[in-house]
Write a protein that binds this ligand. Structure first.
Ligand SMILES: [Zn+2]
Ligand SMILES: [Zn+2]
Length: 235
């Protein structure tokens, strides 16, 4: 209470004062493409029509079945959502993680069953030094705080530095990643027979999330689900 009097909540988009913890003012909220309604069960992309009780997957996920069992994203990666993701990733705007985590938890509600352990997609240590924080770990920690679920930020590690995946084709992304991501031997016990909820800021082709899913399954996880703040879609 005292803290919010000194630091009143501000819109994470434009900085205006807001009167709730939701994170965005009315104007920025309208410019932020939240995903809702019918979605692909694997990646969270919005789908036309209404759900009929059966599992729905988008064309992309039908053509390339995912290694994980379910996936959701809170936002479409464009407009104000793109600015927020970039600010969280490169702009030293860790304050975005708190409201962003609440948006992810809202859309991911069906994925929170069976007491999943929350695990962020790892950064290589050299990138961590440069950026000083891992945006996915910030999201994961906030999600754990708000949901009371367990979180293990160093369950996965990147043992080699991979080039940026930007501008690469789907196949090139998978090749570039190879076996770059592994289970941290010291944290492996946390994984045995557990459902894992992988967290990343953006899903594009899903190559990084696939590498992380494979590492979790090899390490003893029972099942892997994925959530991202934003999903890049084709249109
Ligand atoms: Zn605003
Ligand atoms: Zn999909």
């Amino acid at each position: 209470m005292a803290v919010s009097l000194i630091y009143p909540p501000r819109c994470i988009g434009c900085g205006d004062l807001v009167d709730s913890d939701f994170g965005l003012c009315g104007v920025c909220w309208r410019e932020t493409p939240f995903i809702g309604g019918t979605v692909c069960e694997s990646c969270g992309t919005p789908l036309p029509g209404s759900a009929d009780g059966f599992r729905l997957d988008c064309d992309d996920c039908m053509a390339h079945p995912r290694a994980w069992s379910q996936g959701r994203a809170a936002l479409l990666y464009r407009d104000q959502a793109r600015s927020l993701v970039l600010a969280l990733k490169h702009g030293d705007r860790g304050d975005i993680a708190k409201p962003a985590a609440s948006w992810i938890l809202t859309i991911a509600k069906p994925l929170l069953e069976n007491d999943p352990i929350i695990v962020p997609v790892p950064l290589h240590w050299s990138r961590l030094l440069k950026r000083r924080y891992n945006q996915s770990a910030l999201l994961a920690l906030q999600m754990a705080k708000q949901s009371q679920l367990q979180c293990c930020v160093d369950l996965l590690v990147r043992r080699k530095r991979t080039e940026s995946l930007d501008g690469k084709t789907r196949e090139q992304r998978y090749v570039a990643l190879g076996d770059a991501i592994i289970c941290n031997p010291r944290q492996k016990f946390n994984l045995q027979g557990r459902v894992v909820l992988l967290v990343d800021d953006v899903m594009t082709s899903g190559a990084t999330l696939t590498a992380c899913t494979d590492a979790c399954l090899r390490g003893g996880a029972a099942k892997v689900r994925v959530v991202t703040l934003a999903r890049v879609t084709k249109q």
